[in-house]
Ligand binder design. Structure first.
Ligand code: COA
Length: 178
């Protein structure tokens, strides 16, 4: 199947209801927590606050196919991000999160296009050395997806209660890909 053409646009507070609805999707809940009883992803994040508060220093982008929102990405500099989610971490990195919203858009090449566009944007900044991600250690399908993009395992790490696998993509690996 030929991939759909994906475009990225900045998320706005008007996207909050959409993201809130996506947080009820089982595949989104499963990527955010290993708790089998969780009924909502990301502990019920307040998306209107998240998208309107520039102090958080996360940039959110919505992926669209033919004008339909299909996924979301977050990107930040993990060294300067004010919540210090990543703890002690070197400068000149970017950290990314990605998820597809509507389940019917899974496995159609959209996530690969989203990541490729975001990685091009990240490495267009000359100081950026590498990109890091932190899927749950249980999310083996996502690990495969990231390894195909060139990410390598850095090791398991707890982020709060979350048992994650830190993965990292070096600039050389992205720029030298086949
Ligand atoms: C990971 C994700 C963004 C990939 O996007 P996508 O558009 O489905 O991926 P593509 O079609 O480009 O590539 C398909 C690959 O993604 C994998 N994938 C990862 N999570 C998946 C899920 N929950 N459902 C279906 N496929 C998934 C598929 O297994 C497939 O790899 P495979 O061929 O080795 O099995 C997307 O599947 C997703 O949103 N998953 C749930 C949320 C998530 O896990 N996000 C990552 C958290 S760090």
């Amino acid at each position: 199947m030929s991939p759909e053409t994906v475009t990225l646009r900045p998320a706005t507070v008007a996207d909050a209801p959409l993201l809130t609805a996506w947080d009820r999707q089982p595949h989104v809940i499963a990527c955010s927590s290993d708790d089998p009883d969780a009924e909502v992803a990301f502990d019920g994040i307040d998306w209107a606050d998240e998208l309107s508060n520039s102090d958080y220093e996360l940039t959110y982008l919505i992926a669209e196919v033919a004008g339909e929102p299909v996924g979301v990405m977050a990107v930040c500099d993990p060294h300067t991000e004010p919540s210090h989610y990543w703890g002690e971490i070197e400068p000149d990195l970017q950290a990314i999160d990605v998820w597809i919203g509507p389940p019917e858009w899974l496995n159609r090449g959209v996530g690969t296009q989203m990541m490729a566009q975001m990685l091009d944007r990240c490495f267009a900044q000359p100081q950026v050395k590498a990109v890091v991600i932190d899927p749950l250690n249980s999310n083996v399908a996502a690990h495969r997806f990231y390894r195909r993009l060139g990410f390598r395992d850095e090791g398991r790490r707890m982020f709060g209660d979350d048992d994650c696998l830190v993965m990292r993509l070096e600039r050389d690996a992205w720029e030298g890909r086949a």
